[in-house]
Write a protein that binds this ligand. Structure first.
Ligand code: SF4
Ligand code: SF4
Length: 384
């Protein structure tokens, strides 16, 4: 169990300000201003990863945070890249590199990054859970965690077998994904709660999707609390959930840092009446979906290619609403494919699904759009 008593808001370092030269062309003066403001407000938790910013975010965090502030004035979280490591020896190499990148002797929080069907067998084969447990015993990790972008059934299975190793889990929780079949935030949170594992929330604003909401959603928020922002509602939703000890947000403007710190410095859990407002906003967002799928699942019963059609349409709708460069929806897509389901591009156009669809959707054509969006092999960068 984690021993944490600060504000429940952390700085996500996956969207740091950069210049024109690519993801590692850091705007250092601006990052310094953002981090310093965050710390000056009394917030102390920073979350990075080996893979962020083309594998260079840890170095930026080392320069801006670690080199300029006392080690005991902040908590640093980073992650073992589960797609990248080859074997047990390689985990040691990466971990040593991470300590060097960040210029620290230990990590306050260290996570197995993006656990899912695609990497779970490899983690078991090479005992990644044993590796992080050993690093904790050696004093190199204070708290062991796992970030998770997959289905609740797999979360239940992993926590049942390896839950003892973990001090916390990091989950994608936001009001848009709460009951979405492709993410199932609510069910994943319930499972973490049942295992008594404290939760770090990632993607509380779903990229910037819940910041740039449709006008009808803005109107609902404004009517309930004049002057409030969509971001504050999304963050309060995440922070109000049981078992959540930390909510992360990737920020790259000073105003965002100030506004979000204000939300958490005076944190007010959502009331029942406010929760109704959030559901109104969610309905307004869903009304603008690119594909009007109701997730009834009738189409999947006879599909000879075992394609999870409604899950792919939910991911497509999400990605079409997402603003900014990074979308976790592609991670979910890859995890679904790795679990053995058919890719969108494997549709043989038999038409059985369309005959079953009560919404009369042109499913075959929509699957082509899904394939165009998600089957781009250049999505995951490799270390240069
Ligand atoms: S048209 Fe494609 S998605 Fe629909 S049932 Fe046939 S194979 Fe499955
Ligand atoms: S039958 Fe139509 S509405 Fe129902 S899940 Fe399939 S595509 Fe969506």
């Amino acid at each position: 169990m984690v021993d944490y008593e600060g504000y429940k808001f952390g700085f996500g370092c996956m969207r740091l300000p950069v210049g024109e030269g690519g993801p590692a062309d850091f705007d250092y003066p601006k990052i310094e201003a953002l981090f310093d403001e965050f710390l000056a407000r009394g917030f102390t938790y920073f979350d990075t990863a080996y893979t962020y910013h083309g594998y260079h975010a840890e170095e930026a965090v080392g320069k801006v945070l670690v080199a300029r502030h006392p080690r005991n004035s902040f908590q640093l979280a980073t992650k073992l890249p589960l797609r990248d490591f080859k074997d047990a020896e390689d985990m040691e190499r990466i971990f040593a590199e991470q300590l060097e990148h960040c210029d620290v002797d230990y990590f306050d929080y260290y996570l197995l990054h993006n656990m899912g069907h695609n990497v779970y067998a490899k983690c078991v084969e090479h005992d990644a859970f044993g590796f992080v447990a050993r690093k904790k015993t050696e004093g190199k990790i204070r708290n062991v965690g796992m970030s998770f972008h997959d289905m609740p059934e797999l979360l239940e299975e992993i926590l049942g077998v390896h839950g003892e190793v973990l001090d916390f889990v990091q989950l994608q929780i936001n009001y848009a994904d709460w009951d979405q079949p492709n993410v199932q935030s609510r069910r994943c949170l319930e499972i973490a709660n049942a295992h008594n594992l404290p939760v770090v929330v990632m993607e509380p604003c779903k990229g910037a999707t819940l910041v740039n909401v449709p006008q009808a959603a803005r109107d609902a928020f404004e009517a309930a609390a004049p002057g409030s922002t969509p971001a504050s509602w999304a963050l309060r939703f995440a922070g109000s959930q049981p078992g959540v000890f930390m909510v992360l947000s990737g920020m790259n403007e000073l105003e965002q840092v100030q506004e979000n710190c204000d939300t958490f410095a005076n944190f007010q859990p959502l009331t029942e009446a406010e929760l109704d407002v959030v559901w109104q906003a969610r309905a307004a967002i869903e009304a603008e979906s690119a594909i009007a799928c109701t997730a009834c699942e009738y189409c999947t019963h006879d599909c000879p290619q075992n394609i999870p059609i409604p899950q792919y349409f939910a991911l497509y709708n999400s990605v079409m609403r997402t603003t900014g460069s990074f979308s976790s929806q592609t991670v979910y897509y890859n995890n679904i494919v790795q679990s053995g389901r058919g890719k969108a591009s494997e549709c043989i156009k038999c038409g059985l699904c369309e005959a079953a669809c009560p919404q009369h959707l042109p499913i075959r054509g929509h699957l082509e759009s899904v394939a165009d969006k998600f089957e781009d092999p250049s999505f995951f960068p490799t270390r240069k």
